[in-house]
Design a protein around this ligand. Structure first.
Ligand code: GRE
Ligand code: ZN
Length: 351
């Protein structure tokens, strides 16, 4: 008789403890709080985001569920806590400031209730009516100070009443908001939204399939982040923390070239540090919707594992795909734990 298998003498009887996770970019929508013609028209959402309508229909159902299937999916993925945020374009997409103010208050109050009822499974990011900075300051105080939300979600540029104009957060009008955020010591998540119509009509003409999460969201959001850096925001407020999704919207990969070209061509802009330094000191990135070993390793080599947090980008992605990926990605166990939950615990004061 020939035996071909080795004896399993000391095999552990119990499986290893599963990797617990905190997920940082997990979206919901609140149709009750929003004005239907302002946002969440599924056909319009599909059109501007470059999505198939069938995909949007499923995503919208998953989006509205804050109880059953969502919790089941979290359990199956080993996600202890999800930090919930209003999906893009959210409050930022509302052209009318008055409507934005009302909607933000409703969304934040309802979110705080959902968090309170969740027995610790949910935390939340606040939405701000940035169309009116005084109102945004009030809402910030309410949402963070009174409701206990954990930071601010900003879905890209803030809509001007003129639909072809968007306001990026480096504009001077937002200076008091950044000051208040710095004082509160909470992070700001800058999430993609579709580029302005004139960009979609030109750069993505005949190529709606490229305008959204495939590609267009990344340069849109990376540019927003770079505008913050080169406006000197982080020199004025070195304690600010900005979070980017999708493993940094390409910035870790491109940071050397940006820095290099900026050094030769600053065109009147001056900042104190290298881009890589700002990425390491003022930014966190999440793994949302980018379960790619090579990109993760680039991000670790650029920013360090201390600056990366797990996210699944529910409901646009399957949480269990993201979970199985981070559980087996070719990185150290120490880095895996930091990314899965440790960095989030530290940043959001959950320990
Ligand atoms: C996201 O939240 O990342 C997202 C959208 C819209 C389409 C696809 C997608 O907001 O991943
Ligand atoms: Zn997202």
């Amino acid at each position: 008789m020939t035996l071909t298998r080795l004896p399993v003498a000391g095999a552990p009887k119990k499986p290893l403890a599963p990797l617990r996770k905190i997920a940082i970019e997990e979206h919901f929508m609140n149709p009750d709080a929003m004005h239907p013609e302002e946002t969440f028209n599924p056909v319009e959402f599909a059109r501007v985001s470059g999505l198939e309508t069938e995909f949007v229909q499923v995503v919208m159902q998953r989006m509205k569920d804050l109880h059953h299937k969502r919790i089941e999916e979290m359990d199956a993925a080993g996600i202890d806590v999800s930090i919930l945020s209003l999906t893009a374009a959210g409050i930022e997409g509302i052209a009318d400031a008055g409507k934005a103010i009302t909607a933000a208050r409703k969304v934040n109050d309802a979110l705080a209730e959902t968090v309170a009822r969740s027995r610790g499974r949910f935390l939340g990011f606040a939405s701000l009516p940035l169309q009116d900075t005084d109102a945004a300051l009030q809402e910030l105080e309410h949402a963070i100070g009174e409701l206990g939300l954990k930071g601010v979600m900003v879905n890209g540029y803030v809509q001007d009443p003129d639909k072809r104009i968007g306001h990026y957060l480096d504009e001077a009008r937002f200076a008091p908001v950044w000051e208040a955020i710095a004082a509160l010591k909470v992070p700001v998540y800058i999430h993609p939204r579709p580029s302005l119509p004139q960009v979609r009509e030109t750069l993505y003409a005949q190529h709606a399939e490229l305008a959204g999460a495939t590609w267009g969201f990344a340069p849109e959001t990376a540019t927003h982040a770079l505008r913050l850096v080169y406006s000197g925001l982080f020199d004025r407020h070195p304690e600010l923390t900005v979070i980017l999704g999708h493993l940094g919207e390409t910035l870790p990969y491109f940071s050397w070239r940006i820095q290099r070209c900026f050094e030769f061509n600053p065109l009147g802009h001056q900042v104190n540090k290298r881009l890589q330094d700002y990425l390491c000191e003022n930014f966190y990135i999440t793994t949302s919707g980018n379960n790619f070993d090579q990109a993760l390793i680039c991000a670790i080599l650029t920013m360090g594992a201390d600056r990366i947090m797990f996210a699944s980008d529910y409901p646009f992605e399957m949480s269990d795909d993201a979970a199985r990926w981070i559980e087996t990605a070719p990185i150290s166990e120490n880095d895996r734990r930091k990314i899965a939950y440790g960095n989030a615990e530290q940043l959001f004061g959950l320990r």
